[in-house]
Design a protein around this ligand. Structure first.
Ligand code: CTP
Length: 401
């Protein structure tokens, strides 16, 4: 495979040499493209020696006037990996600021682009960076989430570039999945996000679900070749893959209606939505006024349990997967949920684990299968993208039975 390794100016650039070695040892051709400031952190000599190719960082070679074609490089690449990616380069990529060889090559690249951010925790958490990363995701780029840990500033938090082995694995897993496509021809239905239950035209009952896990699962399933329908409550996230059809819904009852249309033809259904437990029996048709009124009493009705409803009509060969978010007695509760809803596999998040659950970018889960014996597969604390890939891999054997 031909890989363009883009290196930008951050302390983590010293790790790019190890990443380069991993790619070269695995038999890939690697062309390094550096931003001018990356040269302050690691020398082109090291990188050209390891890659066996001159490093490119300027549009021209000064003494010969030779022009380096970013278009040719973009076309040559089967993948572009930008590690480390600084906040500055991420911003330029998101907005097409093509003032260096790395960003022009990015804009010319037709094949998958992997971005491994590395920066201080506050820069990482800044809304600008988060928006720019969301933009890159929406262009179909794959973000390899940074880890929590000690940063160059000696502060501890999220922003440390994923280790070279992790980046290497993310890239090679991506291509392995794309090549083997074990879910090709399979229809996968996924529910995601929260639901909104109307109180009046401007107010609703909902919860903190962001939809990140469901969307990450949809992308992971599409990469494995599946034809994916994502039935989603209102969320900010977007899918990165072409093979995902998104059906937007608002309430739990609407979500059930759409699921009932899609489920009969689905091979796999993954219930990842945080469906509100109750809906308001008689939502007001007009905005409820505060002035001069008693506080309204909301009459609540239980929402349909979508997973359990599908569990009752499930055919032989269909795989139904549920999630459980537990705070106590986790294993017994999850096993009980799997029985009650007639699931084939349950993915358990424990709220006791830091980094797992609602609104975070990382997740720690345990997967338990139904089929007779309970086998538990631990998926340690990782980014939701990686966890989604692990969950999808755990589902594949069930589709082959
Ligand atoms: N689920 C669903 N429809 C609902 C509620 C839950 O499809 N109305 C699905 C979720 O998507 C998840 C699983 O069921 O896959 C477990 O959800 P949870 O809310 O934990 O289940 P409950 O039965 O509500 O559990 P508890 O008894 O803990 O409230």
């Amino acid at each position: 495979m031909n890989i363009v390794l883009g290196i930008t100016g951050g302390i983590a650039a010293y790790k790019s040499a190890s990443l380069l070695r991993l790619f070269v040892k695995a038999g890939h051709q690697v062309q390094v493209v550096m931003t001018p400031s990356a040269r302050e952190f690691i020398t082109p000599v090291t990188l050209s020696a390891l890659s066996g190719r001159p490093v490119v960082s300027e549009f021209f070679t000064a003494n010969t006037g030779e022009w380096h074609s970013h278009v040719d490089l973009g076309l040559w690449a089967d993948a572009m990996v930008i590690a480390p990616a600084t906040a500055c380069t991420i911003a330029k990529m998101a907005n097409g600021v093509a003032d260096n060889m790395l960003v022009t090559t990015y804009l010319s690249a037709r094949e998958p682009v992997f971005v491994a951010p590395a920066m201080d925790l506050d820069m990482m958490a800044h809304p600008t960076t988060r928006r720019n990363l969301d933009l890159l995701r929406s262009y179909g780029n794959i973000i390899i989430e940074p880890a929590e840990g000690e940063l160059a500033s000696h502060l501890v938090g999220k922003g440390r570039m994923e280790e070279p082995e992790g980046i290497f694995k993310a890239v090679t897993d991506y291509f392995a999945a794309r090549e083997h496509q074990p879910l090709k021809g399979k229809r996968v239905m996924i529910t995601a996000g929260p639901t909104r239950e109307k109180i009046d035209p401007v107010r609703f009952i909902s919860n903190y679900s962001t939809g990140k896990m469901g969307y990450a699962l949809a992308d992971a399933a599409a990469r494995l070749g599946a034809d994916v329908t994502l039935i989603s409550g209102p969320v900010e996230v977007r899918t990165a893959e072409k093979g995902v059809t998104v059906v937007e819904v608002e309430s739990g009852r609407e979500m059930l209606g759409e699921c009932e249309k899609v489920f009969p033809r689905a091979d796999v259904a993954i219930m990842c939505a945080a469906v509100a437990d109750y809906y308001v029996e008689n939502p007001s048709a007009v905005k409820i006024k505060r002035e001069g009124n008693e506080p309204p009493r909301l009459a609540l009705q239980p929402n349909p349990d979508i997973a359990a409803t599908l569990g009752r009509v499930k055919r032989r060969g269909q795989v139904l997967v549920g999630f459980a978010l537990e705070t106590d007695n986790e294993h017994a509760n999850a096993a009980d949920k799997m029985e009650r809803k007639n699931l084939d596999m349950i993915v358990m998040n424990s709220l006791r684990d830091a980094g797992a659950g609602f609104g975070t970018d990382t997740n720690k889960v345990e997967i338990t299968y139904r089929n007779g014996a309970f086998a538990t597969v631990d998926v340690p604390l990782k980014s939701k993208t990686e966890v989604a890939a692990d969950i999808m891999r755990a589902i594949i054997p069930l589709t082959e039975q």
